[in-house]
Ligand binder design. Sequence first.
Ligand SMILES: Nc1ncnc2c1ncn2[C@@H]1O[C@H](COP(=O)(O)OP(=O)(O)OP(=O)(O)O)[C@@H](O)[C@H]1O
Ligand code: SF4
Ligand SMILES: [Mg+2]
Length: 344
Amino acid sequence: MDPYLRVDDLRVSFSTTDGVVRAVDGVSFSVERGRTLGVVGESGSGKSVTSLAVLGLHDPRRATVTGEITLGGRQLVGRTEAELRRLRGQDMAMIFQDPLSALHPYYPVGRQVAEAYRVHHPRAGRAETRRRVVEMLDRVGIPQPERRYDQYPHEFSGGMRQRAMIAMALVNDPDLLIADEPTTALDVTVQAQILDLLADLQAEFGTAIVLITHDLGVVSQVADEVLVMYAGRAVEQGSVERVLRRPQHPYTWGLLSSVPSLHGDADADLNPIPGNPPSLIDVPAGCAFHPRCRYVGHTGGRCRTELPELRPAGTAGHRLACHLSGEERSRCYAEDVARVGVAQ
Ligand SMILES: Nc1ncnc2c1ncn2[C@@H]1O[C@H](COP(=O)(O)OP(=O)(O)OP(=O)(O)O)[C@@H](O)[C@H]1O
Ligand code: SF4
Ligand SMILES: [Mg+2]
């Protein structure tokens, strides 16, 4: 099956007074209908910038976007704003990291969802639109949707606002849904309900989903494929089965060792990766992860000078960008597991 979304060698940079921010630097991935890609990585790794580029939401005066983005066979990079607007909503939609950025404070919530519906159904009458919106509010678990329709965003709790934004994103049955940290701000129960809702909608409509999250537990529950980003690049990608259960990249090991509960050992110590991700104006030479990598000394200096290319890692579809040989990786991984008890 042809993937519904295909992204090839995506690059996004911003010119700022401090220099050029290379926020996304050659990322490729694809998502089929009915499948979910989880995108993970620490703060500032380029996850949101990647998703905004897919939707064509970067201001062309501030951002330079190159590469190929193909949605249902159509190339998106270089399209006019008017053309992209026609695709947004119906063909692709986004749940933003911050619900308040998507909801206008001065208008009732139902009216805002109705506006989103009318963009793609200009001939829909008032009654039909209201019916559709109430149905959507109900669908995303907003109680008393008729009454809630006329309330303002400040009258909604954080979880309810998140649901309203999901209703807005889904009101036109988009074929691709990008959800940027859709549950991070929510408590565990609401988080589980929202994830169930996305899974139900996906099963019903065959939606392709890109799920961006810090939470590897969520990824392991709902994603089929994973893309691990560091400093604007993909460092490891492949099926959930391979990347989370048999991770190959030292950065992925680090991420996994920060979430012991994923491996059923809630009492294990958390082992955060030492240091911080780099500024994307001044990315370290060689492997961008090298100042934080425990295994930098194993490659005779290559890590500090030579950028590791993303290449196949043994099994179909599993790729990684690291200079360690397969044998060294196995040894280092065993060492890592012994040290912090990650994986299996
Ligand atoms: N409009 C912009 N102008 C300049 N730099 C930007 C702009 N938008 C994002 N950046 C920079 O691009 C980098 C990647 O940002 P991005 O928002 O994609 O990170 P993220 O992975 O989504 O992080 P988080 O997990 O915190 O949401 C950051 O260094 C950020 O400061
Ligand atoms: S290339 Fe070197 S620094 Fe980068 S992850 Fe691999 S071992 Fe670590
Ligand atoms: Mg983000």
